[in-house]
Design a protein around this ligand. Structure first.
Ligand code: 13P
Length: 291
């Protein structure tokens, strides 16, 4: 038990090797099993993201830690796995430190920068005291995440530098990315902003949120400019929903014991695995656990 690792080392390697590690959000047992199994199959390190809403849904962060650790034992998962709080509040971060997560994200992007700095600083100290990695955010990522709606902002590079200097292990900075499906009129990622941030923060790995639906050429360019962690949530949800809908619309739940949840949820679970594979190919992380 307890083989979860902080995300620091895997992201440092990714930055050096010019690829990115996938952060995939989990929602339940099937999600977790699908992502862990596929990461092992692809021999890639992986980050399991848990939003506060998903943590609540899964009956609390301690339940999540125990489920992930037991599952890793049972499935013989040997690739590096980080269990990471996604867009945490200050209180949520404290709960995850207590619950045995290996990584947290404090999202203070909606606070005035000085308040974001004060809170991030305190959490950097606490996370590191517990051997955990910590991500901070500057410039709100747009779209909707667990009911929190923001518009795609571009972070101020000087503010990024101030947060980076607090000792965070990786930094999420808004570069016009948003959560969820991108609208038709989306302007794309701002690579000028990304390059300006990179220039200020040097060797600190950058995080790209809103990984769903970003075209491959933009993903590759972002990685070449210092992005080492890419968050994907909606795409797995859409894949799961589509496969489950097809199963039911084909009337398979009426055939023999097709209504058994282990059968009913199988196509969706496999669709998540397929999505993880496609993303890891795009991010260039396959085989990275062996390096
Ligand atoms: P998507 O839901 O757009 O993939 O974004 C996920 C994310 O950034 C989680 O923090």
């Amino acid at each position: 038990m307890g083989r979860l690792v902080p995300a620091t080392e895997m992201l440092k390697k990714a930055l050096e090797g010019k690829y990115a590690i996938g952060h995939f959000n989990i929602n339940n047992l099937e999600w977790t099993k699908a992502i862990l199994t596929e990461a092992q199959e692809l021999n890639t390190a992986v980050i399991l993201g848990v939003s506060e809403g998903a943590g609540k849904y899964m009956c609390g962060f301690k339940t999540v830690t125990n489920m992930v650790e037991c599952m890793m034992d049972e499935l013989n998962i040997t690739v590096p796995v980080a269990l990471h709080l996604d867009h945490g509040t200050y209180e949520g971060c404290l709960k995850c430190i207590d619950a045995g997560f290996s990584s947290i994200m404090f999202d203070g992007s909606h606070f005035p920068i000085d308040e974001n700095i004060e809170k991030t600083k305190e959490l950097v100290r606490l996370a590191h005291e517990h051997g955990m990695s910590i991500e901070a955010e500057v410039g709100a990522i747009g779209g909707e995440e667990d009911g929190v709606v923001g518009k795609g902002e571009c972070a101020d590079p000087d503010e990024c530098k101030r947060i980076a200097d607090l000792g965070v292990d990786f930094l999420a900075a808004g570069i016009g990315n948003i959560h969820g499906v991108y609208p038709e009129n989306w302007q794309g990622l701002s690579f000028d902003t990304l390059a300006a941030i990179k220039e200020k923060i040097g060797d600190l790995p950058l995080v790209l949120h809103g990984g769903t639906g970003i075209p491959e050429d933009m993903i590759k360019k972002a990685i070449s400019l210092g992005v080492s962690k890419i968050n994907v949530n909606t795409e797995c949800q859409l894949a799961f929903a589509k496969a489950t809908r097809e199963y039911i619309e084909a009337g398979k739940d009426h055939e023999k014991k097709g209504f058994d949840p282990r059968k009913l949820l199988k196509p969706g679970t496999e669709a998540i695995m397929e999505t993880v594979k496609t993303k890891c190919e795009m991010f260039g992380s396959i085989g990275s656990a062996a390096k």
